[in-house]
Design a protein around this ligand. Structure first.
Ligand code: XUL
Ligand code: CO
Length: 437
């Protein structure tokens, strides 16, 4: 076992009055909320890419992160050492899951065969550490966007060889996910979109993307991988427009391509806001379609228009997120995955703890508040009452498909007017939420 964090104790729950920055104030893993432990509700995951590979570099400056365990080399040995440190961190934090991209955990080699060999060598350590700690893989994914070969996309590249390379990378990443007992596998279309339509055959690109996902579905069956497939929407960045732009666009694409039975959505807060939606909107769209899978928990900055991937600390955000998640039956295969990075200025290793503790506490509070609102019942009751006209009479007839246009005309001609008889009471409902926050 490594001791990169020897000065940091195992993070414990100390309750709301604690002033200890290295303790949970609200996340109490075994505490029951609405019949399930917080651990089971929230299924927290730590991301490998930001937390262990993030350097703090931005378009204007070099990396700033102080990571004394990392020798800065691209060697397999360094990657293995880093893997051990990652598990020391996740274990001290007490998160039950983690997530990776293939190229986060192991260095890319000169050719695919060498990359696969490197990946196997690090996966061996990941497996040992999973067994030692009981920490599990929530999902794996392939990085199909960083290498220059993916300049025009992966599944949607104009170059068929690049499509083949992406397919090979997905095959290997899925095999390693399966080997490590991963509970899911995510597809985020990092460059599956366009910078200009002048050079783009959109129809052909979308057909290729569907083909790639079908090949993955076939291979999943072939190797007996039972994990859940997710597709992660994001509207832009790195491209000007990404095809999987939001939950609705993903659902349409999946349905049109006969892929919907095989996929759920992995929704990310900052991607929702880049798409001009709230996270709650995205969860409702996915939930209504029976496709709510997992969430990448982070937040953007109201004044910055890009994917800042900050740790979530806003209690209203976590409350609304958890309200909609609970409404659709909670997270089953998925989890609350912190796809978030510490700020460039927060370069000390201890900042990684502060960031995750804050995010976990914010979600624990959101969960408790949302459960209390549901238990109270007034919010759900109000919404139900708002639609009461659909429960009997003409409403029930329309819903059951028995009313015709002619009949509806006769009904209204007789009635004369359709008066708006229920106030939306937004202010009352916002005040109601504040009773609990
Ligand atoms: C990028 C992003 C990815 C996916 C996995 O914005 O969210 O890290 O979560 O590829
Ligand atoms: Co993400």
């Amino acid at each position: 076992m490594t001791t990169a964090f020897s000065a940091i104790p195992k993070i414990q729950y100390e309750g709301a009055s604690s002033k200890n920055p290295l303790a949970f104030k609200h996340y109490n893993a075994d505490e029951l909320v609405a019949g399930k432990s917080m651990r089971e509700h929230l299924r927290f995951a730590v991301v490998y890419w930001h937390t262990f590979r993030g350097t703090g570099s931005d378009p204007f400056g070099a990396g700033t992160m102080q990571r004394p365990w990392d020798d800065g080399s691209n060697s397999v040995r360094n990657a293995q050492q880093r893997a051990r440190v990652a598990f020391e961190f996740i274990e001290k934090l007490g998160a039950p899951y983690y997530c990776w991209h293939d190229r986060d955990v192991a260095p890319e080699g000169k050719a695919l065969a060498e990359s696969n060999k490197n990946f196997d060598a690090v996966a061996k350590v990941l497996k040992e550490e999973q067994q030692r700690t009981g920490i599990k893989l929530l999902w794996g994914t392939a990085n199909l966007f960083s290498h220059p070969r993916y300049v025009h996309g992966a599944g949607t590249s104009c170059n068929a060889d690049v499509f083949a390379y992406a397919a090979a990378q997905i095959k290997k990443a899925m095999e390693v996910t399966h080997e490590l007992g991963g509970e899911g596998y995510t597809f985020w279309g990092g460059r599956e979109g366009y910078m200009t339509l002048l050079n783009t055959d959109m129809k052909r690109e979308l057909e290729h993307l569907a083909k790639l996902l079908h090949l993955a579905v076939d291979y999943k069956k072939k190797i007996g991988f039972k994990g859940q497939f997710y597709i992660e929407p994001k509207p832009k960045e790195p491209t000007k427009h990404q095809y999987d732009s939001d939950a609705a666009a993903c659902l349409n694409f999946l349905r049109e391509s006969d892929l919907l039975p095989h996929f759920k959505l992995n929704l990310e807060t900052n991607h929702a806001t880049l798409a001009g939606h709230t996270m709650q909107h995205e969860i409702e769209v996915a939930g209504a379609a029976g496709a709510l899978g997992s969430i990448d928990a982070n937040t953007g900055d109201e004044l910055l228009g890009w994917d800042t991937d900050q740790f979530p600390t806003n209690i209203y955000l976590t409350t609304y997120t958890m309200l909609s998640i609970l409404k659709y039956g909670g997270l089953t295969t998925g989890g609350v995955n912190f796809d978030a990075k510490v700020r460039r200025e927060s370069f000390a290793p201890v900042d990684l703890f502060h960031a995750h503790i804050g995010g976990m506490d914010a979600f624990a509070r959101g969960l408790k508040i949302a459960a209390a609102i549901r238990q109270d019942g007034r919010l759900a009751e109000f919404t139900q009452q708002r639609y009461a006209s659909w429960d009997t009479g003409i409403g029930a007839k329309i819903e059951s498909g028995k009313a015709t246009l002619k009949e509806l005309e006769t009904y209204i001609l007789k009635k004369g007017e359709a008066a708006p008889n229920t106030s939306g009471r937004q202010e009352f409902l916002e005040n109601l939420i504040n009773e609990f926050v």
